[in-house]
Ligand binder design. Sequence first.
Ligand code: ADP
Ligand code: MG
Length: 272
Amino acid sequence: MNAPADDTGRLALMLNELRLPTIGRLWPEFAKRSDKEGWQGSRLLSALFEHELAERDKRRTGRYRTESRLDPTKTLATFDFGLVPTVSKAHVTALATGDAWLEKGATILLFGPPGGGKSHLGSGIGHALIDAGYRVLFTRTSEIVQKLQLARQSLQLPWALTKLDRFDLVILDDLSYAKKDQAETSVLFELISERYERKSLLITANQPFSGWSDVFPDPGMTVAAIDRLVHHSTIFELNVESYRRRDASDKQKSRKRQLPAAEPQGATTMEA
Ligand code: ADP
Ligand code: MG
């Protein structure tokens, strides 16, 4: 049985008013099936609402993904754990569900030389947390420090820090590259203190703590920052050969294999 035309029109208006676009799109087909197969009213309703909720989740995840500024290609699925024996895939997978550590505002610290996969692993954890319904922001440390510094100049720093609270996790990529300038590093310190035990940070850095006197020029501030960061933290050391370098040298080797034996071997351009 088809719905009378005036019902159809009113339904479209009401569903629009209630912001239920998925039900608006699906109900005619579902209603037809329900009439044909004699569904109970409750079955029809729950089928429609389930679809609306699932779509809503999908749209929200999409919005979170966009606002996160994460590189869409750097996921845990594309991260080769086999190359980084110091990092347990099971441990990362457990952290990637969020839950307890995000609730207590704990920290993840990723250390290692350039090219070791810190940014990729951090991004992968970020993507997984978005899939689990959390909000994440990925930013280069120098960039966020600059923004917070501008906010401080216009007396908006507290507001800017509060705005970051909407993110369950802020990923500060490349801490070691934060500028040494005293005022800038003190906004970094304020960010760390503000989130301490409330909202999580994930930090990547080329140097472990011993090299952080370069990041925070005042030793007291360095100690205080490290103290807060390590209090509830998981530390991964990715002490592996640069993936970029390995990738480039693999390409070089395979190119050499392709060269005819007699040809003189000049310098090979490496693209990494
Ligand atoms: P880092 O941040 O430590 O300098 P990146 O995460 O930027 O290193 O890694 C450098 C490049 O190598 C990136 O393109 C990254 O995707 C890739 N890469 C590094 N480690 C891995 C890995 N274990 N599996 C897959 N790709 C990797
Ligand atoms: Mg990096």
